[in-house]
Design a protein around this ligand. Structure first.
Ligand SMILES: *Cc1c(COP(=O)(O)O)cnc(C)c1O
Length: 397
């Protein structure tokens, strides 16, 4: 029997119940239940109800954008925005993103063309885009990964010069800014997700934000089957509506953002101080001079410095009931149908491949305490100090 206190070496798990990445931030219960009650009393559960409108207004004001169209989720918001912008043929996307970014194109017979991320920062590299533009290319759809903004000016310059539409998957970036201006107002349109795991959540939800009046009008019609009046349809549409119950959750969550950021930031600093003492695990840094939500604690594990690989560390943490995650690993281009559709993409994406192998996302948010984070770091430290035994246990498991 080992004396090293690690579950992977036969010890008891440090956590009785699992600690997840993306555990939802639960907002003020009294306020939420009061809003639910209000919805039930009104018997207005969906179809452009007063809470959805209030949620849209709050987002519009916060982001400083002309239009916000709330949706049932971020993926449908992406699909509708893509359709309303009349993208077709091919669209440039990163592979290092959640698979919904690519699926929202493929779902409507548009081919996502995967372009590599920059060596720093995990976002689409503008310098790689132009050689992937063909006569079929109609747009660029870039993700603000972890809430860190893309190089928006460089992307806009390419889009303008090459006559392309520019859209952003801003699912991670609600509450974040670029050069002092809130993300949401850039390109032709941006899309937020308010999924349970996101910074602001409505359980399921999303929104398209834009400054384009006509685009916003088309998106509103598409969200509601193309209805322009009580019984008149002018457009092919779908059902992308957000319910009043989701809006109640979204509004209550939105009211808590300052508290959530304070907790996220404190957790980030706790990780930063302690991880600095561990070899080969480097925390991603975030812009000090911008507004930021600190929703993701992301480390890169260097295979040549760390005594244990990223996947070995994840196995150690999972044995302790700490459900840390690899993110966007493998990259979209390695998932179906993209792997079969463009099998040679991999060698063109060296930075994506490198980052997919290294990223380790750690638990944060209001569902975890500072003491628990210190325990997680202790686990990592102990595992690294006993790397030989850990590796042996994993290879014989
Ligand atoms: C969460 C997420 C989505 C999808 O949003 P849903 O609301 O879950 O449909 C899309 N893109 C990225 C980058 C995401 O993180």
């Amino acid at each position: 029997m080992t004396t090293v206190p690690l579950a992977i070496l036969g010890g008891e798990p440090k956590f009785q119940s699992p600690v997840h990445v993306g555990r939802p931030n639960i907002p003020d219960r009294e306020r939420l239940l009061a809003r639910f009650s209000e919805v039930l009393d009104r018997r207005w559960l969906t179809n452009d109800g007063p809470l959805v409108r209030e949620f849209e207004r709050r987002i519009r004001e916060f982001v400083g954008v002309k239009h916000c169209i709330a949706m049932c989720n971020g993926t449908v918001a992406l699909e509708i925005a893509i359709r309303a912008l009349e993208l077709k043929g091919e669209v440039i996307v990163p592979s290092f993103t959640f698979v919904a970014t690519a699926h929202s194109l493929q779902w409507q017979q548009i081919t996502p063309v995967f372009v590599d991320i920059a060596a720093q920062g995990h976002n689409l590299d503008p310098a790689q885009i132009e050689r992937h533009i063909t006569p079929r290319t109609t747009g660029i759809l870039a993700t603000h990964v972890w809430g860190r903004s893309c190089p928006i000016d460089a992307l806009q310059e390419i889009a303008d010069r090459r006559g392309l539409k520019l859209m952003f998957d801003a699912a991670h970036a609600f509450g974040c800014s670029y050069r002092g201006q809130m993300i949401g107002g850039f390109g032709n349109a941006e899309v937020f997700s308010f999924h349970a795991t996101k910074f602001v959540n409505s359980a399921e939800g999303g929104a398209v934000v834009t400054n384009d009046d006509q685009l916003a009008h088309r998106i509103r019609l598409m969200r509601n089957f193309g209805f322009v009046g009580y019984d008149q349809v002018e457009y092919v549409g779908t059902n992308g509506k957000m319910s009043e119950l989701s809006a109640a959750m979204g509004l209550t969550s939105f009211e808590a953002i300052d508290d959530i950021i304070a907790v996220n930031r404190r957790h980030y600093e706790t990780y930063r101080r302690s991880l600095a003492t561990l070899p080969g695990i480097e925390l991603e840094t975030y812009p000090d001079h911008e507004r930021f939500n600190y929703q993701y604690v992301v480390a890169e594990v260097s295979p040549d410095v760390s005594p244990l690989s990223r996947d070995e560390l994840i196995a150690v943490l999972h044995a302790e009931n700490v459900l840390a995650r690899r993110y966007f690993s493998p990259g979209c281009h390695r998932h179906e149908p993209y792997r079969t559709q463009a099998p040679a993409t991999g060698w063109q994406l060296p930075q994506t491949e490198r980052v997919c192998e290294r990223v380790l996302v750690l638990p944060t948010g209001t569902g975890i305490t500072t003491a628990e984070i210190e325990q997680i770091i202790d686990i990592l430290r102990t595992a690294l100090q006993h790397a030989g035994e850990v590796r042996h246990a994993l290879s014989t498991a």
